[in-house]
Every structure is written in structure tokens, then in C-alpha cells.
Design a protein around this ligand. Structure first.
Ligand SMILES: Nc1ncnc2c1ncn2[C@@H]1O[C@H](COP(=O)(O)OP(=O)(O)OP(=O)(O)O)[C@@H](O)[C@H]1O
Ligand SMILES: [Mg+2]
Length: 376
């Protein structure tokens, strides 16, 4: 069993900067968890504490059934894959992959067999005699993975392993990594600031911001039910649209009232919002939940001017401007590519209200409209 458990982990660097604040994370045996967040949020620090490369200020880390706080990195039985591969340039691919095993005094035959198996899994059997400089970026990354696989560790720790690759290769390697995990089923913790990588790779994703874990859940759950405005805005391309306004309750109905109009909120939000008349809030909706309203469809729609049309091939991003009293506010819709729109044109955009959110306007930006998850 290789569960990895972080309990109340704190990291304060010399000088007093608190990079990780009371992090709790329970990673199950065989699970693939992705830690995602913007630059500087504490991802690498967290990973390095798990690896033992960084001292923990307070809290406890367990790998398998051992508390590892005081165990040296080399005895933690984990393998780390870095962004810059860290291959030895003067060694062949074989020797790079064998290096860690030889250090651990495995027999020659055992080393050869493990390297061969890993090379086969990664499709690099023919490269074993080459030196790293004679490899492409993708091949180097495979060697770096190979070096981790041969050790058969309790857990893999990945720190942005694909970020040195070009966009196309990143996507290919991402799929390979997922397939690799499905075969090896080794507990994996993967750090990235790329939300697409997080969504596609993780059994669960852990969103971090300013040293604090914001939400840990399955990717679609985090995408559809973000706990706060930060998480909502971080996941998804284009970013979620946010509009500031106020809650207005009229009888049994609840409205979002903003400078360009008033939208009736769906009944599912009544319970959460009907005591919040007059509260400053931020209304959020994703670009894919916007469509063009039919002529007599005034409900749940916003009157707006088309500003920029961006064809993506399979979809169309349309930036539209809602009339606000003093300032302009650009929002974005992701539409079927066959609609014909011209910049300057005015029309009504309809929102799929089932997928909208209302966030607190204050610092926390808490999602005010999350109800308990329905029993599966
Ligand atoms: N040795 C150090 N001493 C002091 N502060 C540090 C040290 N290492 C990192 N930090 C700070 O801790 C914070 C978290 O750093 P960390 O490297 O964990 O971020 P990250 O989430 O991995 O970011 P990135 O996506 O840019 O790699 C940053 O503000 C960073 O400046
Ligand atoms: Mg980092």
C-alpha cells in the first residue's frame, strides 16, 4: 500500500515567508493526483517536502504506513521526475536508467532486465546506447521517466515534467503518461500550472493558491462545482465570465441585478440566496454556457454588442460587450462555428442558468450556490 498522506503541512522559508499553509492531502494507493495552481503558489515546495528535499516546518507526511518526516530522501522509496530531466550527459541512456539501481546494489542481471522492461514500456529500446545530446526532447523525457520506472518506487513525484516540450509533444506525452499510469498503477503526484494537464491526467486534482489548498476533487467536479472564485477562474479556457452586481429577492424569486439588467436566478439557488437581499456578489458563467437567444426569448439573456470574433475551427469565441453605466465589460461566448456574427452587431445572448454560479464579492469569493452533492 502506498498511500501518501499530508497532515497539516506548513513550510516557512528562512526569512519568514510562508510558502505552504496547513496543507492536508490524502492520496490513495495507486491514485494519480495533480497539484495545480499559478506560479509561486507552493506546488514545488509541497512536492519537495514529500520527496524529503525540503525540510517540513510543521506537520506530518506519511508514505505507505511510515511517517517519513525524519527519513532521508534516498530511503523514502519514491522517484522524482523533473522539468529539466536532469540526465547525466556523459552516460548512455542505458547507464542513465541503470544509475539509481546500481547505487542500490542490484545485481547486473537484475539491472539489465529492469532497464530492458522499462525501455520496452516507453518505446526507447533502440536508444539505449545513445547519449542524451543525441536525443529529442520527447525522447529525453522518456529516459527520465524510464529512470524513475526502473526503481519500482512506492510513488512517482512529477514536477512539471512536460513543460520543456513544444505544445504538440506535450499533448502526446500527456496521453503517454496517462497510459503509463494505467499500466503501472503507481501512486503519482504531479505538479503543473497547466490546467489542461491537470484536468486530463488527474484522478483528482488539488488546486492551490498562495500556499493554501483550495479544493481537492475529481476534475469534472472541480470544474462544475468550484468552491470559490479563484478555482472557478483558474480552470477552463476561456476563463469563466464574472459580472459584479447585487442579489435582489422579490417574493419567492431571486434576481441578479447588475448595471446592464436583471436576471432571474434558477430555483435551485433560492435556498442559498433568498436571505441575502442586497448583498454584493459576483455572477459567474462559462463561455460554453452562452448561446444566441431566439427573438422572443428575453428570459436569462443579456443584450450586448459583438466586439471580436475568433474562429477556432471547431468552435467560435465571441467577445461581447455589455452596456454598463460607466465602463465597458467584455464577456466571452464559445459558440457553434456556423453562426455568422459581425463586430459591432447588437444581439441577445442567452445563458444556460443551470450552469451559473454566484460568488461572494469579498476576499474569499466563496461560491454561495453550492448545495450538497446529490447521492450517487
Ligand atoms: N528557498 C526559498 N527561500 C525563500 N522562498 C522560497 C524558496 N523557494 C521558494 N520560495 C518561495 O515560495 C513560494 C512557493 O514556491 P514554489 O517553488 O513552491 O512555487 P511553485 O508553485 O512551484 O511555482 P512555479 O509554478 O513557478 O514553479 C514562492 O513565492 C517562492 O518565491
Ligand atoms: Mg514549481
Amino acid at each position: 500500500m502506498s498511500r501518501v498522506l499530508l497532515e497539516n503541512i506548513v513550510k516557512v522559508y528562512q526569512g519568514g515567508f510562508e510558502a505552504v499553509k496547513d496543507a492536508c492531502l490524502d492520496i490513495a494507493d495507486r491514485e494519480f493526483v495533480v497539484i495545480v495552481g499559478p506560479s509561486g503558489c507552493g506546488k514545488t515546495t509541497t512536492l519537495r517536502m514529500i520527496a524529503g528535499l525540503e525540510e517540513i516546518t510543521s506537520g506530518q507526511i506519511s508514505i505507505g504506513d511510515r511517517i517519513v518526516n525524519d527519513i532521508a530522501p534516498k530511503n523514502r522509496d519514491i522517484a522524482m521526475v523533473f522539468q529539466n530531466y536532469a540526465l547525466y550527459p556523459h552516460m548512455t541512456v542505458f547507464d542513465n536508467m541503470a544509475f539509481g539501481l546500481k547505487l542500490r546494489k542490484n545485481s547486473k542481471a537484475e539491472v539489465a532486465s529492469r532497464v530492458k522492461d522499462a525501455a520496452e514500456i516507453l518505446g526507447i529500446e533502440k536508444l539505449l546506447k545513445r547519449k542524451p545530446k543525441a536525443l529529442s526532447g520527447g525522447q529525453r523525457q522518456r529516459v527520465a521517466l524510464g529512470r524513475a520506472i526502473v526503481r519500482k518506487p512506492k510513488a512517482f513525484l512529477y514536477d512539471e515534467p512536460l513543460s520543456n516540450l513544444d505544445a504538440k509533444l506535450r499533448v502526446t506525452m500527456r496521453t503517454e503518461l496517462k497510459s503509463l499510469h494505467q499500466r503501472l498503477e503507481t501512486t503519482s503526484i504531479y505538479v503543473t500550472h497547466d490546467q489542461a494537464e491537470a484536468m486530463t491526467l488527474g484522478d483528482r486534482i488539488c488546486v492551490m493558491h498562495e500556499g493554501i489548498i483550495q479544493q481537492v476533487d475529481q476534475p469534472m467536479e472541480v470544474y462544475n462545482r468550484p468552491v470559490n472564485r479563484f478555482v472557478a477562474g483558474f480552470l477552463g479556457t476561456p476563463h469563466m465570465n464574472f459580472v459584479e452586481g447585487k442579489i435582489e429577492t422579490v417574493g419567492n424569486s431571486v434576481f441578479f441585478n447588475f448595471s446592464a439588467g436583471k436576471i432571474e436566478l434558477p430555483a435551485r439557488m433560492n435556498e442559498c440566496l433568498n436571505a441575502k437581499n442586497g448583498r454584493d456578489v459576483v455572477f459567474g458563467f462559462r463561455a460554453e454556457n452562452v448561446s444566441i437567444a431566439s427573438k422572443d426569448d428575453k428570459k436569462s439573456s443579456i443584450n450586448a454588442k459583438v466586439e471580436v470574433v475568433e474562429p477556432l475551427g471547431d468552435r467560435l469565441n465571441v467577445y461581447f460587450n455589455i452596456k454598463c453605466m460607466t465602463s465597458e465589460k467584455w464577456l466571452v461566448a464559445n459558440l457553434d462555428p456556423h453562426v455568422r456574427l459581425t463586430p459591432g452587431q447588437t444581439l441577445r445572448f442567452k445563458l444556460n442558468m443551470d450552469k451559473t454560479h454566484v460568488f461572494d464579492k469579498g476576499d474569499t469569493g466563496k461560491n454561495l450556490t453550492l448545495q450538497e452533492r446529490a447521492e450517487m
